[in-house]
Design a binder for this molecule. Structure first.
Ligand code: TXA
Ligand code: MG
Length: 338
């Protein structure tokens, strides 16, 4: 593992190059609308193993398989419930992953030893072209070192993956900013295993019953048997100690005043920066802006050598729930209620 990692602009020629690298068993960083992914041929166990090495990822954490035609779902999954087709019609291509019983063509290393597979049809046009060019389904986890915040620009990917993968296709900044909503099914019920841009409210427009798995908001122990293995690992963590602070702006300000010292930063909302008199950075005013900026700002905390970051708590509705879900993991579940 000592690659001369190339950054490729998304020209037709470079997309073909990326497709060829993937076909030949290599790992390539690719843009999607959610976050950048580390893509390899999902049907090739050796290629998929390289992803785990590049990321330093635990082997029992399954990868999402990315497709570029809705009908491909039937190549990789079986016993697909009716509701899954209705959801695919409404939300694909888009930031949504469906966990379904897997066919044998998906090797165990891709599914983390599970008999299910997570499938997603991304909306990003460059991602779609790369999948088509490779001619194989792409296994792709988020393109960060395991445990670190996810990557939403090619530069973030380069910072984590330089020397570890063959190339990165630069598609600019991701438009959603947090990873896809991951769902599974129980009969006709939909279970949200990981919240994302497609919210519970969105899913209720197609499904009668949508349940949020308990792992979304609470801490799971390392040896717990969980519906989605990714939920039990420490995640999205900058080196700084991240602490979420719940409460009104005025209370936050006086709390910060009492706790401020060298190396302590506030992460506040985008409309609050002019008034805030202490070292700070901001992460957007609305929940969708917060989703777009979250990982960049967590990474920025490390660039600034922050020791502690007190974060204004986002709303827990809509995509805000996805932002909160990532933040409580970055914070090791440390939330202060004022
Ligand atoms: O937006 C995304 O989903 C991005 C982009 C690159 O597509 N990918 C991504 O992959 O976030 P990753 O590997 O970082 O997160 C995948 C999550 C993990 O929490 C994993 O446990 C869960 O999805 N997952 C994958 N396959 C699963 C399965 N068969 N059963 C349950 N959970 C699964
Ligand atoms: Mg990830």
């Amino acid at each position: 593992m000592n690659y001369n990692t190339e950054i490729l602009s998304p020209t037709d020629e470079n997309i073909e190059k990326a497709g060829n690298l993937i076909k030949s068993g290599e790992v390539v960083g690719i843009p999607t609308e959610t976050v950048y992914g580390l893509a390899a041929d999902a049907t090739d166990p050796d290629a998929v193993s390289k992803i785990f090495v590049a990321k330093g990822r635990p082997q029992d954490n399954p990868l999402i398989v990315h497709i570029s035609y809705k009908s491909d779902i039937e190549k990789y999954a079986h016993d697909i419930p009716e509701i899954a087709y209705r959801i695919a019609d409404k939300f694909w291509p888009g930031p949504l992953t469906m966990v379904l019983p897997k066919k044998d063509i998906i090797p165990e290393v891709t599914s983390g030893g599970l008999d299910t597979v997570g499938i997603r049809f991304p909306a990003n046009a460059i991602a779609q072209k790369i999948i088509k060019s490779a001619g194989v389904p792409l296994a792709a986890p988020s393109a960060n070192l395991s445990g670190k915040p996810s990557t939403t620009t090619a530069k973030h990917v380069y910072d984590d993956m330089n020397g570890r993968i063959s190339a990165i296709v630069d598609g600019g900044a991701c438009s959603v900013g947090v990873e896809s909503t991951v769902i599974s099914f129980s009969g006709e019920d939909v279970i949200i295993l990981r919240p994302g841009f497609v919210s519970k409210e969105d899913l209720l427009s197609v499904a009668d019953n949508v349940i949020i798995d308990k792992g979304v908001l609470s801490e799971m122990s390392e040896d717990a048997v969980v519906a989605s293995p990714g939920m039990k690992y420490k995640h999205y963590s900058p080196k700084a100690n991240v602490i979420i602070v719940e409460g009104e702006y005025d209370k936050f300000l006086s709390f910060f005043e009492k706790n401020y010292s060298e190396g302590v930063y506030a992460m506040i909302f985008g409309n609050e920066t002019t008034e805030f008199p202490y070292p700070h950075f901001s992460y957007g005013k609305t929940d969708s802006e917060q989703a777009i900026e979250l990982f960049d700002k967590l990474r920025m905390a490390d660039d600034m050598n922050a020791k502690t970051v007190y974060v204004r708590c986002p709303s827990k509705d809509g995509v805000g729930l996805a932002v909160y879900n990532r933040l409580i993991r970055a914070a090791g579940f440390e939330v202060i209620k004022l």
